[in-house]
Design a protein around this ligand. Structure first.
Ligand code: GLU
Length: 397
């Protein structure tokens, strides 16, 4: 049975690359009816952030990434599993004590290698280049290296999937598997997600946190669909996947070798798509956190124009807040007031032309007076929702 794990350190937010790792690990297990395990790697107590674990779990749930088993390393550390494992290596002469810590011993002049099932290549190291890494710190807590190997073994992890930044740690783990006499799991590293400006995606250059994308009103379906295609591709050119569809289609052969670039336009496109396939009532509920006054009748007017949910504020805020008076041609407004009934029936075009005005100019004046912006939902429908009194009040201002 395939057993995979997602093993984040709770640092306060989930990186878009972390979500991708979790989705791949989930799909790899679930594709064949295996198990997906969430393991919180929080043994670095200095980096621990209060509430970070609960936040992370909440975010994973939003994406439907449900785990079958759940472990917390700091709790496991209380049972001394890691300490005993480190001591066992000291006894076997494969690790040594050093200033209160326990360090790995590395053999001289050997070669160590593994085949990466995601990158599809064999990577090898000379053991002389492997650092004598700390396994157990003087505070008795394990380092990542020790905890990851002990846990992946005890939790029967068959496939390890993680970010490429962990490749340099892998030879340390390979030695540990060997020293403990554990079977080495299949190991796969994922490509780096690149920033469009070049280099690895980083917080300094722009938004990389899943929580932030959610706050802006990107839908979980869109974010997930977007990230799974950053570094993985199906044999056909299919682009739209729900989580379940992705699980069905998933095949590690689809991992791409080149580093994908985060293309924000593509994410916008996915989000627009998932917004538009929502029912009006669903969308109403989704927009409420951004614009609490929103009503169902407004939804059809803005649905096709939204890229993110937060944009509902700009597009539909004028229904609830009178715009600042704008500088527009007063003759246009006067004419609109005098001919209101014809106007909302859409029968005023000829009369506007007969005034010697351009129809576009006339409606732009109205649009600005009523909505306070040049980009708005359809004007006549908006006027109907606002009602005659409110519409005229705005035109008269
Ligand atoms: N705790 C590591 C991280 O935060 C996990 C690395 C691994 O999956 O082995 O990314």
């Amino acid at each position: 049975m395939i057993r995979t794990r997602f093993a984040p350190s709770p640092t306060g937010f989930l990186h878009i690359g972390g979500l991708r790792t979790a989705a791949y690990a989930y799909a790899l297990a679930k594709h064949s009816g295996g198990k997906f395990i969430l393991r919180i790697e929080d043994t670095d107590q200095k980096r621990e952030i209060k509430g970070a674990r609960e936040k992370l779990q909440g975010v994973l749930h939003k994406f439907g990434l449900r785990w079958d088993e759940h472990y917390i390393q700091s709790e496991r550390a209380q049972t001394n599993v890691y300490k005993q494992a480190a001591q066992q290596l000291v006894e076997k002469g494969l690790a040594y004590r050093d200033l209160g810590a326990i360090r790995l011993k590395t053999p001289k002049d050997e070669k160590i290698e593994y085949h990466d099932f995601a990158l599809k290549k064999t990577i090898s190291w000379a053991t002389n280049d492997i650092p004598e890494a700390v396994l157990l710190k003087s505070d008795g807590f394990p380092t990542y290296h020790l905890a990851v190997v002990v846990d992946d073994h005890e939790m029967n992890i068959s496939h390890v999937l993680r970010a490429a930044e962990w490749i340099p740690s892998t030879p340390i783990h390979l030695l540990l598997y060997k020293y403990f006499g554990f079977k080495t799991p299949e190991i796969g590293h994922l490509t780096d997600i690149l920033d469009p400006e070049g280099g690895k995606l980083s917080k300094r250059k722009g938004n990389v946190s899943v929580e932030q994308f959610l706050e802006l009103g990107f839908l979980p379906e869109a974010i997930l669909n977007f990230v799974i295609l950053l570094g993985w591709a199906p044999k056909d050119n299919r682009e739209l996947y729900s989580l379940d569809e992705f699980v069905k289609a998933f095949d590690p052969a689809g991992f791409q070798k080149s580093n994908p670039v985060l293309n924000q336009k593509k994410l916008d496109w996915f989000n627009g798509h998932y917004i538009r396939i929502k029912s009006d009532t669903e969308l109403l509920q989704l927009i409420k956190p951004y614009l609490s006054e929103i009503t169902l009748e407004i939804i059809p007017l803005i649905k096709d124009r939204l890229t993110t949910l937060v944009q509902a504020r700009d597009l539909a805020g004028f229904f609830f807040t009178r715009p600042q008076p704008q500088r527009v041609d007063a003759n246009h407004l006067r004419f609109a007031i005098e001919n209101y009934d014809k106007l909302i029936k859409g029968e005023l075009t000829e009369d506007i032309k007969n005034q010697g005005w351009k129809v576009g100019d006339f409606f732009m004046s109205l649009r600005l007076a009523i909505c306070g912006s040049k980009i708005t939902p359809p004007l006549t429908e908006s006027m109907l929702i606002l009602g005659k009194d409110e519409t005229l009040a705005r035109i008269k201002l």
